[in-house]
Design a protein around this ligand. Structure first.
Ligand SMILES: Nc1ncnc2c1ncn2[C@@H]1O[C@H](COP(=O)(O)OP(=O)(O)OP(=O)(O)O)[C@@H](O)[C@H]1O
Length: 270
């Protein structure tokens, strides 16, 4: 059963077609396809697809088609009017816009837990645990305002907030782009641990990084020019993409991989 079912999603602005009929599914947690990546070149429509799923389409962009979350049509329903069962949580590219500037980050992680009915102490304790899980341990971090943290740390706070809100689906739009490689690996591991399993949210993961997509997700949707050019298993995409866009992404990822040996040589044998 699908947690997310997108059919014929189109978007346009000033008569220009931006999405041309995207179809994609994210399956229920516990089944293969519960962590699905959307990959594609810059401008292929990844973020617009995510924003349509979240009900946050930019002004001036018109969307049509069908977006069903847990069976409910949500395309025309703004996030605040969706019922809890069809409201995905999200973590995006820009953590500065997602957090309240004046509220301590621990309280921001605790807020969704309080909304679920946890007592103040229990919510605070769980918030500390979640912050530790995203690599931000300690009461001092929890007491900090967002401006006192780095961009990467704020990004991880956003992830903790999203994980505190147990929805059916987590939409993560390039959540690791601003992070250093070590932190990126930690966040990917955390997403693997906390999504896609029984009782956990399914994951729609937007990325331009094929390696990260393959490390985290079992299904991959390749977008090209506002259309899904290919939907396949992550391993199949790497071993033999069927679309030109898929082959192009794999070739680019392999070129990037080959660009690394000089780094290895610099620290290696001589
Ligand atoms: N608010 C907007 N108004 C008009 N056009 C837009 C708007 N947002 C995005 N677009 C256009 O829609 C197309 C898809 O954009 P989108 O941001 O979804 O691409 P993307 O695949 O996420 O790219 P990137 O990897 O660079 O973030 C692009 O041609 C972009 O210029």
């Amino acid at each position: 059963m699908e947690v997310l079912r997108v059919r014929g999603l189109t978007a346009s602005s000033d008569g220009r077609a931006l999405l041309r009929g995207v179809d994609l599914d994210v399956l229920a947690a516990g089944s293969p396809g519960a962590r699905t990546a959307v990959v594609g070149a810059s401008g292929s429509g990844k973020s617009l697809t995510a924003s349509a799923v979240l009900g946050r389409v930019p002004r001036g962009v018109r969307v049509r088609g069908s977006v069903r979350v847990c069976g409910q049509e949500v395309l025309a329903v703004p996030p605040q009017r969706r019922d809890g069962g069809s409201r995905p949580s999200s973590v995006g590219q820009d953590p500065s816009r997602a957090l309240h500037p004046l509220v301590a980050v621990g309280a921001q992680v605790a807020a969704p837990l309080r909304a679920l009915g946890r007592g103040r102490r229990a919510a605070h304790r769980e918030a500390l645990e979640l912050l530790a899980a995203v690599g931000l341990p300690g009461a001092r971090t929890a007491a900090a305002r967002p401006a006192e943290l780095s961009g990467g740390q704020r990004q991880r706070v956003c992830l903790a907030v999203a994980l505190a809100r147990p929805g059916p689906l987590l939409v993560a739009d390039e959540p690791t782009t601003a992070l250093d490689v070590v932190t990126q690996t930690g966040v990917v591991e955390l997403l693997r641990e906390r999504t896609g399993g029984p009782g956990q949210p399914a994951l729609l993961f937007i990325t331009h990084d094929l390696a990260v997509a393959a490390a985290l997700c079992d299904r991959v949707v390749v977008l090209q020019d506002g259309r899904a050019a290919e939907t396949t298993g992550a391993a199949q995409l790497l071993s033999g993409a069927s679309s030109a866009a898929g082959r192009g992404l794999v070739a680019a990822a392999r070129r990037a991989e080959r660009a690394l040996p000089p780094l290895a040589l610099a620290g290696g044998s001589r």
